[in-house]
Design a protein around this ligand. Structure first.
Ligand SMILES: NC(=O)c1ccc[n+]([C@@H]2O[C@H](COP(=O)([O-])OP(=O)(O)OC[C@H]3O[C@@H](n4cnc5c(N)ncnc54)[C@H](O)[C@@H]3O)[C@@H](O)[C@H]2O)c1
Ligand SMILES: O=C(O)C[C@H](O)C(=O)O
Length: 328
């Protein structure tokens, strides 16, 4: 029997990431080659026409799995019955903007979106927040959706994870496919901690195969500041690689992670590894039966502890700031 279509909502659909993402969703790369999709594109009123243009192009691809496209600036319509919500549209930081202003502006987006997901989404809704500051935007949306299990709200650190894989593969001159168990801890920001102490390459720990100076002074800052380096080079933030990471995140969440490996995702902490419960922090995770689980039992040495704590402290500060603003 043919599968029922899955409703996928993409916010910020007329933006750069939206343009790199929508065609891949419609072609079956988000959920798999047997799953039909219906797209809901949410935009602000000024960008609805541009989203309509993208929808025309989607039609022109004649994707066999694409069973419909709705374009709207109405939250209730955008999230009505949605099974997968990709929250991409966000307010970028502009010149002279303080961090509090940025959090406030994004609260104005993610608070009502959280409420709309609460009131209109399907019972099995899964949410991935891409728009920055992604972890805290996810926290805002989750806090405003009390009827949806908290674990359904996640933020994207898969791009950082993929960046870390590529940097390490280049250093060791191995294919990315030979690397297992990479981890990004903490916030999707420059404080994130890409951890090589549990990563395996050809059955050996990656940290033992690289110089400690390279790990500390090149690898960690290169991965953590890659987003800024892309902006510097392109004059715009990463788009195709961000869309690719969003596809990877949702595909693995729905279909499971391969045996013998794990990935990275920012999910609500259950207190594991000393990360305060409720913070949406990146962890080593596996997906089993459609749910993320934090990989347990990893030994954390003093170097890693300090790095994880610094990023988690930043997340706690952001949470306190949005609490003060009444957003969570
Ligand atoms: N987590 C990550 O790894 C990662 C990586 C790259 C980019 N990002 C972030 O993703 C976000 C989007 O990036 P982009 O390059 O697509 O930006 P963009 O400016 O090209 O597009 C953003 C789109 O969002 C729309 N938008 C704004 N407010 C909206 C709202 N309330 N509802 C619906 N749509 C709204 C805008 O009209 C615009 O079309 C940014 O916040 C960026 O910093 C995150
Ligand atoms: O948009 C940004 O600030 C950078 C982005 O989050 C990235 O990691 O590429």
């Amino acid at each position: 029997m043919a599968k029922a279509p899955v409703n996928v909502t993409v916010t910020g659909a007329a933006g750069q990431i939206g343009y790199a993402l929508l065609f891949r969703i419609a072609s079956g790369q988000l959920l798999g080659p047997d799953t039909p999709v219906k797209l809901r594109l949410l935009e602000i009123p000024q960008a609805v026409k541009a989203a309509e243009g993208t929808a025309m192009e989607l039609e022109d691809c004649a994707f066999p799995l694409l069973q419909g496209i709705d374009i709207t600036d109405d939250l209730a319509k955008a999230f009505d019955g949605t099974n997968v919500a990709l929250l991409v549209g966000a307010r970028p930081r502009t010149k002279g903007m303080e961090r509090g202003d940025l959090l406030q502006a994004n609260g104005g987006i993610f608070k009502p979106q959280g409420r709309a997901i609460n009131d209109h989404a399907a019972d099995d809704v899964r949410v991935l927040v891409v728009g920055n500051p992604a972890n805290t935007n996810a926290l805002i949306a989750q806090a405003n959706a009390p009827d949806v299990p908290a674990e359904r709200f996640t933020a994207m650190t898969r791009l950082d994870h993929n960046r870390a894989l590529s940097q390490l593969a280049g250093k060791l001159q191995v294919p990315v496919s030979e690397i297992r168990k990479m981890t990004i801890w903490g916030n999707h920001s420059a404080t994130q901690y890409p951890d090589l102490f549990h990563t395996e390459v050809n059955g050996k720990t990656a940290a033992e195969q690289v110089e400690q100076e390279w790990l500390r002074d090149t690898f960690i800052p290169t991965v953590a500041k890659r987003g800024a380096a892309i902006i510097e080079a392109r004059g715009a933030s990463s788009a195709a690689s961000a869309a690719n990471a969003a596809i990877d995140h949702v595909f693995d969440w729905v279909n499971g992670t391969p045996e013998g490996d794990w990935t990275s995702a920012a999910i609500p902490s259950d207190g594991s590894y000393g990360v305060p419960e409720g913070l949406i922090s990146s962890f080593p995770v596996v997906s089993r039966d459609g749910r993320w689980e934090i990989v347990q039992g990893l030994e954390i040495d003093a170097f890693s502890r300090e790095k994880i704590d610094a990023s988690v402290a930043e997340l706690a500060e952001e949470r306190d700031a949005v609490k003060e603003l009444g957003l969570v």
